[in-house]
Ligand binder design. Structure first.
Ligand SMILES: [Zn+2]
Length: 216
């Protein structure tokens, strides 16, 4: 049987396939992701134009429009605010690279996926929606290297979906510091109580399946 994360993964990867990006459009998509990873924010259209040696910024704007249409990136007031797996604004999930620089991930699975997308060791700091306690997850060499507290799990709410995944779904894919806190939170948030629980290793596999070839 398909699990929720299978469906979500198919949706995210499906958008890229459906967009049928030209080689240049795909280069622009990848450049945006690489810069996002490096700086915690997306490059400006002018920076994209310069990097790819384009003669006009129109191509960049058109590509960004197309990427938004297919829910590959999200914009607000003409600014790119997120591109799976990254968010330009603060979220619950901070990802720290070995050189110390930081980015925000859109959801718990995205945070884990960044390790596979970039093939870099990362430390995820995430806060439990129930108690706001910090969870620290180190991912190295394709595996969970350490996790504190040890009982950390992932919960994916099965909300009615539709529209943009980043807005409707990402806020409801979270780590919880313990099973007991997830259950407390479900009691207090009955509209989100239905969903699936994933062990950290299971969540890691989905991060790999969704983002492993995002930049390839
Ligand atoms: Zn908690």
């Amino acid at each position: 049987m398909k699990r929720l994360m299978d469906r979500i993964g198919e949706t995210v990867k499906g958008h890229i396939a459906e967009a049928k990006l030209s080689p240049l459009e795909d280069e622009i998509r990848k450049y945006i992701l690489r810069e996002f990873a490096k700086n915690g924010r997306p490059p400006s259209p002018k920076e994209i134009m310069g990097e790819l040696g384009l003669s006009s910024v129109d191509t960049v704007h058109q590509t960004i429009e197309k990427l938004q249409k297919f829910d590959i990136i999200m914009r607000k007031n003409d600014e790119i605010i997120s591109a799976y797996p990254f968010s330009a604004t603060e979220t619950r999930h901070k990802v720290i690279f070995e050189d110390g620089h930081e980015v925000y991930a859109l959801c718990a699975t995205d945070a884990l996926g960044i390790h596979f997308m970039l093939d870099k060791s990362i430390t995820i700091l995430s806060s439990c929606p129930e108690c706001e306690k910090e969870m620290r997850i180190v991912v190295k060499g394709g595996k969970i290297n350490s996790c504190n507290p040890e009982g950390t799990i992932e919960f994916v709410s099965d909300k009615d979906r539709g529209g943009c995944t980043a807005e409707t779904l990402c806020p409801f894919i979270n780590f919880f510091c313990a099973r007991e806190h997830l259950e407390e939170w479900r009691k207090k948030n009955p509209e989100f109580k239905y969903g699936e629980i994933y062990s950290l290793d299971e969540a890691l596999e989905y991060g790999k399946a969704i983002f492993g070839d995002f930049l390839k």
